[in-house]
Design a protein around this ligand. Structure first.
Ligand code: BT5
Length: 329
């Protein structure tokens, strides 16, 4: 572990000040190395205080690399930028350099993408992040990681007081027919709700093993929906006030890490996904690559396929755009 992360962990673990010499000894590095780490954290906006008894964490850790890593209970280092083209693109670059277990986080993206190269609008104030891992699983199980990210995002939104639900395969929505409430916006209701977040997974496989996996999550956190495409919403709009993005991002990363920690953990993703989904039991119309499938969504099956009962029988759809239909349609 690098000295900076060790210092952050020590500051998070201790109520009182952490002394430089004690830290140098426990980490087996020089006092100068500890001092350099403190300076580096300060330069990144994490204002470590010096007291006569040692170092103390700032009152407000802030939304920054060290701020998000501070007290984070997930095995990722955090690479933060105020502004970036796309966090997924940066994570892919890092993958090419051999990196693993990194969360790339940005305040604003200037060239972010949704699925099928669609534009993703990502102004300052959102939670835009991509998690790079190298899970030791067969390529066929990779779609489970997308579902895990949807579960993690939904849980983080609910912890922030926003009643989110999942629309297959990877949208996190609020309101609409999903929550059973009558929606004021019929267009949004047809889509199954107002879109709070989207997920884009990219990967490279080696033979039957995943080489690297990048799961990109875009959450409209403290963003005015006026600046977003029609049908979108944000955490701040839904709760009527800003959300603590540091806490939200940490919860999301911790949940994702927990859900993907082991093969046994992966087995628990589908049940968790089903519990949070609004798509099951509904009439749906899915535009898949090989045509349109319309019917009743009855289940989601490994590794993330939607099971639809149609007039022609049961179909499994692996990818596509899903619309929730009203029962009359
Ligand atoms: C998605 O695509 O929903 C996946 C979005 C993934 C974005 C994240 S941000 C971090 C990481 N870095 C990246 O470059 N990407 C990922 P899709 O299902 O194809 O939906 C795209 C559609 O959503 C667009 O065509 C718009 O209609 C709409 N849209 C664009 N920006 C939006 C926003 N901020 N909120 C809600 N809807 C949006």
């Amino acid at each position: 572990m690098d000295t900076r992360r060790a210092l952050l962990d020590a500051l998070a673990a201790d109520d009182g000040p952490v002394s430089g010499p004690a830290l140098a000894e426990s980490l087996g590095v020089s006092r100068a190395a500890v001092w350099k780490a403190v300076e580096a954290l300060r330069e990144e906006g994490f204002a470590v205080e010096s007291t006569p008894d040692g170092y103390v964490a700032p009152e407000d850790p802030g939304y920054s690399g060290p701020g998000i890593a501070f007290g984070l209970d997930a095995p990722y280092s955090v690479a933060y930028r105020d502004r970036i083209g796309s966090t997924n693109e940066r994570a892919r670059e890092l993958a090419g350099e051999g990196a693993a277990d990194v969360a790339v986080v940005a305040d604003e993206q200037t060239g972010s993408r949704g699925r099928l190269d669609r534009e993703w609008v990502a102004p300052s104030g959102g939670v835009w992040l991509s998690i790079l891992t190298r899970p030791d699983v067969p390529t066929a199980r990779a779609p489970l990681f997308t579902l895990a990210a949807a579960v993690a995002t939904t849980d983080a939104a609910r912890e922030a007081g926003v009643d989110a639900h999942i629309k297959w395969p990877n949208d996190v929505l609020v309101g609409g027919d999903g929550s059973g409430s009558v929606d004021a916006d019929p267009e949004a209701s047809g889509r199954g709700g107002r879109k709070l977040a989207g997920i884009l997974t990219e990967m490279e496989g080696e033979a039957d093993r995943v080489g690297w996996l990048v799961v990109g999550v875009g959450v409209n956190a403290n963003v005015d929906p006026e600046t977003l495409p029609a049908g979108a919403t944000s955490l701040s709009a839904e709760r009527g006030g800003p959300v603590d993005r540091r806490r939200f991002a940490a919860t999301l990363l911790e949940r994702y890490a927990e859900l993907t920690a082991s093969p046994a953990a992966l087995d628990r993703i589908l049940p968790a996904w089903r519990e949070r989904a609004s798509t099951l039991g509904r009439r749906v119309r899915v535009e898949a690559a090989d045509g349109v499938v319309e019917g009743t969504a009855v289940d989601v099956a490994e590794p993330g396929a939607l099971v639809v009962d149609t007039d022609e029988g049961r179909r499994r759809v692996h990818a596509g755009d899903c619309e929730h239909l009203r029962d009359a349609e």
